[in-house]
Design a binder for this molecule. Sequence first.
Ligand SMILES: [Ca+2]
Ligand SMILES: [Ca+2]
Length: 328
Amino acid sequence: LNECEDDTLCAHSCENRIGSYSCVCGEGYTLQEDGRNCEDANECEVENGGCDQYCHNLDGSYFCTCDIGFLLHVDDRSCIDMDECKVRNGECSHECVNMPGGYRCACPSNMTLEYDLTTCREIKSCSVKNGGCDHNCVHNQEGEIVCSCRPGWKLDGDGRHCTDIDECALVSRGNCQQRCLNVPGSWECGCYDGYRRRNDSLFTCQPVCGAECLNNGVCVAPNRCYCPPGYPGPECTPLCSPSCAHGGRCKRFNLCVCPTGWVGAACKTAVCTPPCANGGRCVAPNQCECTHLYTGSYCQTPTCFPACQNAGICVAANRCFCRRNWSG
Ligand SMILES: [Ca+2]
Ligand SMILES: [Ca+2]
């Protein structure tokens, strides 16, 4: 059975199959859910129909268009900038500058564009666009315009524009001792790593020593102090030889500042107050080492050996003062 012989079954065309059939729609249409009718497909909904700029849907097809100033390419999709300057110089009296989707007229620096935006008129006064000068504009005795530039700039060959002078490219390199950095209208000197600019000069650099060089030492290179004799330590710290003991601080060459309780050149002598008596030896602050016949914090107490018996009193080393009726 060929159902397709009934041409009312499908809106567009019919494809016969064994025991069945299906409807097919023409290009630009999609089959609807009823399997019979065809509906326009909106090509613009998918990636703008491939159009560069504008996409317009039609029943069964679509087309692309472009903005004013653009032309539709022969591929009917891309938009190409129209070069208006190619036709009669865009009606410009002097220069024509093509731009995407448009163009503009331009004038030489000694002229200005009229309000029609196409005609250039010569500038004859400094009061119009600064006479076409980048910086300074004056009239000479003949009334002509004379341009000049601010310091650090030089006048171009056109007599109007000013260009920055690259001072670093000159032989003097801007008188910079180390680095030279050109900037518009001026320049700056810089220093290598490990150096900084001197406070008293814009052009010269001095080395930087991480910490200050002490004791009149001089920073002669990055992190290198030149130190006076007796101060060979890092950053010219003083040398004490022998070194200060017991936490003493080396203040000047071979001069220790000692902590309380210690004296001497290297803080090695202990101080006992009062001093150790009876031949005792001061071994640490207020610590006496007594001879074997004396005791006490400063060896002030004599000892008797053997000890005095029967309430006798030890009055001096190994000398007992005995009570009445006792002796020995
Ligand atoms: Ca153009
Ligand atoms: Ca410069």
